[in-house]
Every structure is written in C-alpha cells, then in structure tokens.
Design a protein around this ligand. Structure first.
Ligand SMILES: [Zn+2]
Length: 160
C-alpha cells in the first residue's frame, strides 16, 4: 500500500544525500557564487542586519528606559542613541561575574526581549553610566581601586 509519509521521508532523505554530495563536489563553485552574491548584495545584507539589530534593541525600550540619567554624574543618556558620547554604558558592577560577560549593549542587539532574556538581564543588575564615568572606574578590582584612591587622597591631605 502506498504510504505517503514513508514516501516523503525516503524522498527527503535521498534529496538530502544528493544535496550533500552536490555540495561536496562543488565546494569551490559554491564558495565563489556565495562570494559573488554577497558582494553584489552588500547593501541589502547590511540593511537587513541593521533592521534586525534595530528590532532587537527597540524591543527593550520601555523595559530599559529610553532616556535616563547617569547614576554617577546625572547627565542625560539614551538607549540606542547612535552616538557613543550620549549612550547608556551598562556597567558590570560585580567584577565580571555577571551572566552577560561582554558588552551588554551588544547582548541587547543580539537578543530579543522575552521573559527568559529579561530574567538574564535583570540578574546582571548593570549600573547605568555615561561614557565618561564608565571610563573612570575599572571593571575588575574595584575595592582595591577605591582603597588606593583613598590612600592617595589621604596622603595629599597630609602634605598641606
Ligand atoms: Zn556620568
């Protein structure tokens, strides 16, 4: 008896194998074609990536305030500002023990907002700083930095 499901399964398996062999035999041709396609469609690929980038970051607006103030100096900073001078710099407050290790903004760009990702983001408890304040404090060894700074300031007082 004709079994459509079984037939399709066999058909797909055969096709898959055929495609695999074709790819194997035409590696150079395919790689050349891909290169050609990519260079011809550079702008389209770029704008597609940009669209996807904007979509992910945009999805976080509201959960992360679009406009807020630096927690150190109080200057206004923006999510997705497009200008690093006025952008929010998410600060690793716990010496890099957070789940999100690299650049937090980069993580936001590559992760859509959903309950699971919200939880990950919340667990990191990033500080919100402007670029200048973020530059002034080190990520690792903050306690030591503060002790040294304190000692340095105390020494300064004694001289006067
Ligand atoms: Zn600041």
């Amino acid at each position: 008896m004709y079994n459509h499901k079984k037939y399709m399964k066999e058909y797909n398996a055969k096709n898959k194998e055929r495609r695999r062999i074709y790819r194997e035999d035409n590696k150079e041709k395919i790689s050349l074609y891909t290169k050609k396609y990519n260079s011809k469609n550079k702008d389209r690929i770029k704008s597609r990536f940009k669209g996807y980038k904007d979509r992910n970051l945009k999805s976080w607006e509201g959960y992360i305030p679009k406009r807020t103030k630096c927690q150190m100096c109080g200057v206004s900073i923006y999510l997705n500002s497009g200008d690093s001078a006025t952008a929010i710099n998410f600060d690793h407050r716990y010496g890099g023990t957070e789940v999100i290790k690299g650049y937090p903004t980069r993580w936001l760009i590559s992760h859509k907002r959903n309950p699971k990702n919200e939880k990950i983001w919340k667990s990191c408890d990033f500080g919100i700083l402007c670029r200048e304040c973020n530059r002034r404090i080190p990520t690792i060894g903050r306690d030591k930095f503060l002790r040294n700074l304190n000692r340095y300031l105390q020494k300064g007082k004694r001289c006067h």
